[in-house]
Design a protein around this ligand. Structure first.
Ligand code: PMP
Length: 405
């Protein structure tokens, strides 16, 4: 059992007030709060070991390089990748997906080729592929979502054709919370010789991820959603694919030698890391992963599942509430609508009670169209949330109803 009250002390922001009320932070799917150790690591890295990495012979540069490369190894171990050079540092999930869409397109897409996505994708796993529709004439096949909020696997099965080039699906939905059966979906794609990219932005903070056990070909996630700093994330790619893909951006770091006639590219992972990397952020990223590992993702998942169950039961008592996403295999996200109340109005009033939730389409407008709604209110939990906060939330929602109805 986690001692949540002790763990909450690691997060100074959790004891602040908002509008004179104790903050209840239920917007963790958008970004998580940071433990002191992560912020302290940023301070330490700037004050004690700041020098540009990789090219310097001097002491500080070597120290910074070592810390940055250790961070890469920390990510590798966290997601159980085979090699550190299969971890590419990016600005986040979005950039990682754009990298694959852009580089994979160059070697694999011709007009009429198909990419399979699902109806529950975040815009960052839709728009990069749409750009390729416009540029290379590819087609998208969209796996529908059933009433529980699960992917229709029969439709997925039926989509494979000789034109299928890639599957790109989310591990966990940021709106519905559904934990998708990516391992079996990957096995099916591989039976057709099709590689799979998994958007892990909402999975890595909540469940243990083993990219080798999943047999994922590409896996992307962002540090800021797993208690780490903003502006950094990773793309995991199997060596065999990363070797095949052309660079995404050009610049320093990603080259072996440059002349005006010819440039040879650096080895993995540097081929995909043009420019000065976020070598401060990477070390704080590693600190965050270490922090999460010490708590243990199994314990985190257990506590969050308990919170989700408690919140779902509590909110279900509100007459006429609609909860979106009722998959049995679900992570700690609760999207809902109160009868006759616009989510934006509910969000604004909840804020007056010190409660931070997200309202709107959650960067998943196609899913909203599929559900026939404009948006939802979304409460998303982290391990530092408590049942007491959910009680406060329920009372606030009842007051919101009284005020707005
Ligand atoms: N995919 C999913 C499922 C997400 O929830 C998010 C963030 N909301 C992203 C991708 C994009 O992540 P980032 O903005 O950190 O690149």
């Amino acid at each position: 059992m986690l001692d949540i009250q002790i763990l909450r002390n690691d997060f100074p922001i959790l004891s602040r007030t908002v509008h004179d009320k104790s903050l209840v932070y239920f917007d963790n799917a958008a970004t998580t709060q940071k433990p002191q150790s992560v912020v302290e690591q940023i301070r330490k890295a700037y004050y004690d070991a700041n020098a540009n990495v990789h090219r310097g012979v001097h002491f500080l540069s070597q120290q910074a390089t070592e810390a940055h490369e250790n961070a890469r190894r920390a990510v590798q171990q966290f997601i159980h990748a085979e090699h550190p050079h299969e971890i590419i540092f990016t600005r986040g999930t979005t950039e990682a997906i754009n990298l694959v869409a852009s580089s994979f397109a160059e070697i694999a897409f011709t007009e009429g080729d198909e990419v399979i996505l699902s109806a529950m994708e975040h815009h960052s796993n839709i728009v990069p592929w749409q750009l390729q529709m416009a540029r290379r004439g590819i087609r998208l096949r969209i796996i529908p979502v059933n009433e529980l909020g699960e992917m229709d696997l029969d439709a997925y099965h039926a989509f494979f054709s000789p034109r299928t080039r890639l599957v790109a699906v989310t591990h966990v939905s940021n709106v519905l919370g559904t934990i998708n059966p990516v391992q079996s979906m990957i096995a099916e794609a591989h039976a057709h010789d099709v590689p799979v990219l998994v958007d892990g932005a909402q999975a890595v903070p909540h469940l243990p991820v083993d990219v080798q056990a999943l047999d994922a070909d590409f896996y992307a996630f962002s540090a800021h959603k797993v208690y780490g700093p903003t502006g950094i994330g990773i793309l995991y790619g199997k060596e065999k694919y990363l070797d095949l893909l052309p660079p995404y951006q050009g610049g320093g770091e990603m080259i072996a030698a440059v002349s005006f006639e010819h440039t040879t590219f650096n080895e993995l992972p540097y081929k995909f890391e043009a420019g000065t990397p976020d070598y401060i952020g990477s070390t704080a990223f590693a600190t965050a992963l270490d922090y999460v590992s010490r708590i243990g993702l199994d314990s985190i998942a257990e506590h969050e599942t308990d919170l989700l169950r408690y919140a779902t039961d509590s909110l279900s008592a509100i007459s006429g509430i609609r909860i979106f996403g009722q998959a049995p295999h679900k992570s700690a996200v609760l999207s809902f609508l109160l009868p006759n109340i616009h989510p934006y109005d509910a969000g604004l009033l909840l804020d007056r009670f010190g409660i931070a939730v997200r309202t709107g389409h959650h960067c998943a407008q196609p899913l909203m169209q599929h559900l026939g709604i404009e948006g939802t209110v979304r409460a998303s939990f982290a391990f530092y949330n408590t049942k007491t906060e959910i009680d406060i939330f329920l009372q606030a929602l009842l007051q919101v109803q009284t005020i707005l109805q």
